[in-house]
Design a protein around this ligand. Structure first.
Ligand SMILES: [Zn+2]
Length: 155
């Protein structure tokens, strides 16, 4: 069986909220997630990562673009990278891209669908919601005290 996971992460990969801010955001996520309020079993996981972790979109990934030369980056390269860092996280996001050999950071690559990097994540499992709207994301960011972005994964 496959799952869909909608994740909310801070836009800055290093940023972490305190427990109170996280609780306030989760309460709003529950309000905004159809089903959760009505007692349907929507599971919400909240995670603080010690080191930066990749929040990838799984099978939704169609293309990765290089911000330097605009070439497409082999998604297998990305898959290998995720596998290599799945236990220990990313001590640095600095990377030499395989297309043009240029130096950039992993969070600046052009992921379609979006992927991200974070030390804090709220994951909503199998929500009916496809995406949060811009207004909803702004409200979530207000509660968190930091702008947020969303990643939708199919795994
Ligand atoms: Zn390139």
């Amino acid at each position: 069986m496959s799952d869909d996971v909608l994740s909310i992460i801070p836009s800055d990969p290093q940023w972490q909220p305190d427990r109170g801010a996280a609780d306030r955001v989760v309460a709003l996520v529950e309000d905004l997630t159809p089903g959760a309020a009505g007692g349907v079993d929507v599971e919400i996981d909240v995670t603080w990562h010690d080191v930066v972790a990749a929040v990838d979109c799984g099978e939704n990934l169609e293309r990765i673009g290089c911000p330097l030369c605009q070439a497409s980056i082999d998604t297998e390269w990305w898959g290998d990278l995720l596998e290599a860092h799945c236990d220990d996280g990313f001590a640095t996001l600095a990377v030499e891209v395989p297309c043009c050999g240029g130096s950039t950071t992993l969070d600046l690559l052009d992921y379609d669908w979006p992927c991200g990097f974070a030390r804090f994540e709220i994951a909503i499992w199998n929500p009916e919601h496809l995406w949060f709207s811009e207004d909803e994301l702004a409200a979530l960011g207000d509660r968190l005290g930091h702008p947020v972005k969303q990643i939708r994964a199919h795994i």
